[in-house]
Design a protein around this ligand. Sequence first.
Ligand SMILES: Cc1cc2nc3c(=O)[nH]c(=O)nc-3n(C[C@H](O)[C@H](O)[C@H](O)COP(=O)(O)OP(=O)(O)OC[C@H]3O[C@@H](n4cnc5c(N)ncnc54)[C@H](O)[C@@H]3O)c2cc1C
Length: 495
Amino acid sequence: MTAKTAIVIGSGVAGLSAASYLAQKGLKVTLLEKNSAVGGRARKFEAQGFTFDMGPSWYWMPDVFEKFYNDFGHTTSDFYELKRLDPSYQIFDKNGEAVTIPANMLELEQLFESYEPGSAIKLRSFLKEAQYKYEVGINDLVYKPSVSIFEFADARLLKGLIKMDVFTSIKKHVRSFVSHPFLIELLEFPILFLGALSKNTPALYSLMNYADMSLGTWYPMGGMFKIIEAFKTIAIEQGVDVKVNHEVLKIETENGIAKKVITANGHFEADIIVGAGDYHHIDQKLLQTADQSYSENYWDKRKLAPSCLIYYIGLNKRITGLQHHNLFFDADFARHAHEIYTEPKWPTEPLFYVSAPSITDHTVAPEGCENLFMLIPVAPGMADTEAVRESYFKTIMARLEKHTQTEIMPHVVYNRSYAYTDFVSDYHAFKGNAYGLANTLDQTAILKPRIKSKKIKNLYFAGQLTVPGPGLPPSIISGNVVANLIAKDLKIVKN
Ligand SMILES: Cc1cc2nc3c(=O)[nH]c(=O)nc-3n(C[C@H](O)[C@H](O)[C@H](O)COP(=O)(O)OP(=O)(O)OC[C@H]3O[C@@H](n4cnc5c(N)ncnc54)[C@H](O)[C@@H]3O)c2cc1C
């Protein structure tokens, strides 16, 4: 019998993961990527001796990466040295004071006590619950393809639903443990990755606090792009044919079956197609109306996680006062959140994030120089102009200079910005989203855009807009889940 064939559209971590798992199951896989390099949002670029990771900078949940490598007979250290950061990160508080968040649990508890007597013991029980949610979530929930509610009719999960805090908000949950405003902000910070207000985010997601405080913040020496290099190596080892500069323009179907994928460089045929690029784009732009799983109206009603305005900065000097990860919570958190989620507009006085990987890794900047990645979360769909980019650059640079008490502006030797229009042109990102859909209860599991097309029998999806959701670890898992579902549908038993 000849091997079944598959085409995977998009080479982000989800596409690379799906392609590798499908090839491992015996399918002959072609991976088509529109850009000139693989990696999607986790690509890198080099300029004037600096190496900039374009998107992800937080390496959380190292167990998920390790599982992926183990599934292909590897381990993380085959590809890169993984370093635990200590401090994990630094927060500039309302008064501009720098507070470092230690990796060590005892030191973290002492920090909590210094703000609120009695909070160390509360933190311990908060994290114990969070650990339970993480273990059930990461081992069970995220591996459900979520095509049917019955997948969740498992005794352990049903029993656990209350304990999993699916129906309580994280806002309420956090406040039942601590009351100092700084500790509340600290425990709510990981929710920023989930793209919704804490009052709209299920307390299930305190599992992110377990990932943050217990499992730790890590960094792959050489940069986050080392992950993509590793994933590409595995895909090639599994026999995947990786084709860059191959934008898919159309998926042709016949009687509910996808037959052909049209690119500018010719067409491709396969038994199975996995759309691991932007789900909305594939559904709405590559398929004819009758073949689309959702209407434009459905998409319009989705709540998106924020987009962002990013600056990749090269400095010709080192700066003191920064850690590898720095959160500038020196402005009004509630007002910025309001301007992202409730009344979308350019923020009046933004919170922002600065990563300085050159503090840990000298290979990402020339000697004596600093590599900075600066990010302002903004509402999705906000058209940006050069003037807007320039103005926010000056604003956050001034705050950076103030808090580090260092002159930085005259030392900028490289400056590139990246925002809404770039997300759209580089990734066809729906409304220029950076991190996909918000993780609200009504957009979780079976309520997310489905991993399997509703109309086309052999068309599947992977990536941050479907289950389990945004972030590198979930997107990697998404590739695994879709490959397992395809294998089940094709009745393939090989692992
Ligand atoms: C600025 C930023 C910071 C982030 N920070 C973190 C972090 O610190 N930690 C973390 O874990 N996660 C982070 N994330 C989220 C994480 O990067 C994403 O969730 C994840 O990379 C998404 O992977 P994906 O494969 O689903 O999509 P993508 O990476 O977007 O890949 C999709 C690919 O499909 C391609 N494509 C699209 N249309 C077509 C077409 N028609 N034909 C062919 N190819 C096509 C695109 O070019 C792209 O390469 C961040 C994201 C951003 C943007």
